[in-house]
Ligand binder design. Structure first.
Ligand SMILES: CCCCCCCCCC(=O)SCCNC(=O)CCNC(=O)[C@H](O)C(C)(C)COP(=O)(O)OP(=O)(O)OC[C@H]1O[C@@H](n2cnc3c(N)ncnc32)[C@H](O)[C@@H]1OP(=O)(O)O
Length: 214
């Protein structure tokens, strides 16, 4: 097994000091174990990306996943009642489209945290897919854009510079900064580091929505 294969086969380790099992959403308690379920789906996506299964395992996995989809379909809700992507203190807001981002510190102007991209986000050679990094920055900067009592806003542009490769299955550091405000325009920037090494940085404009604007 070469070094790259060893990295890709490393055990999945996820710890979430902010596990929000007691969190409420829309005044109702989040079902116990909800974030564990999301973690398991993340792990499933990582295992799926990394597996070359036998036909028998393909058949049984297809059947099991179809059964799980049917079970969840019975609980489908409209967007305002959705939990995934809405749990602010859960890793990655409990949204599996992006990586499990853990926010460590946040104030009105700054946010820091950690993120680990699993095998699901592999591009090639043990490196995170380039498309996954803008997702991370949009989410990170979008959250800070909403901080400090600022109004809802949408990303007008997001510019990402890839400075060096970002490895998967590695805890990376993220930081976001609220740079300045010009009327409805909010300028933010973010960084992604592996240790002291800068992997990527981003600048973004978020435009505050006018009343009634979706
Ligand atoms: C718990 C929840 C946490 C959530 C975190 C996740 C956050 C995710 C955030 C998103 O991803 S939002 C989805 C992606 N973005 C969009 O779909 C936005 C699509 N675009 C729009 O809806 C509108 O173009 C936009 C609201 C951004 C702006 O349209 P408006 O009609 O409201 O504003 P307008 O076009 O008049 O522009 C206002 C100012 O911004 C400037 N501007 C707008 N777009 C720009 C641009 N692309 N580049 C440079 N400047 C831009 C524009 O020139 C102008 O500058 P001035 O006031 O100085 O004249």
């Amino acid at each position: 097994m070469d070094d790259e294969a060893i990295v890709l086969a490393a055990p999945l380790v996820r710890t979430d000091p902010h596990r929000p099992d007691t969190e409420t959403w829309l005044g109702r308690p989040v079902p116990e174990g909800y974030t564990d379920m999301i973690d398991q789906v993340r792990e499933l996506l990582d295992r799926l990306a990394g597996a070359a299964p036998s036909a028998e395992v393909v058949r049984s996995t297809t059947k099991t996943v179809a059964e799980l989809s049917a079970a969840l379909a019975a609980y489908e809700v409209d967007e305002p009642d959705q939990l995934s992507g809405r749990l602010g203190s859960a890793a990655g807001r409990a949204q599996v489209a992006g990586p499990a981002l853990h926010v460590d510190e946040v104030d009105d102007e700054r946010m820091t945290g950690r993120v680990r991209f699993g095998r699901h986000f592999l591009g090639s050679n043990g490196v995170v897919h380039g498309g996954a990094i803008p997702y991370l920055f949009d989410d990170l900067l979008g959250r800070l854009a909403l901080g400090g009592g600022r109004p809802r806003s949408r990303t007008a542009y997001l510019h990402v510079d890839y400075r060096s490769v970002a490895p998967i299955d590695t805890e990376l550091r993220v930081a976001a900064f609220f740079d300045r405000e010009e009327g409805r325009k909010h300028f933010l920037r973010g960084t992604l580091h592996d240790g002291d090494r800068l992997c990527a940085e981003a600048t973004a404009l978020f435009v505050a929505l006018n009343p009634g604007q979706t």
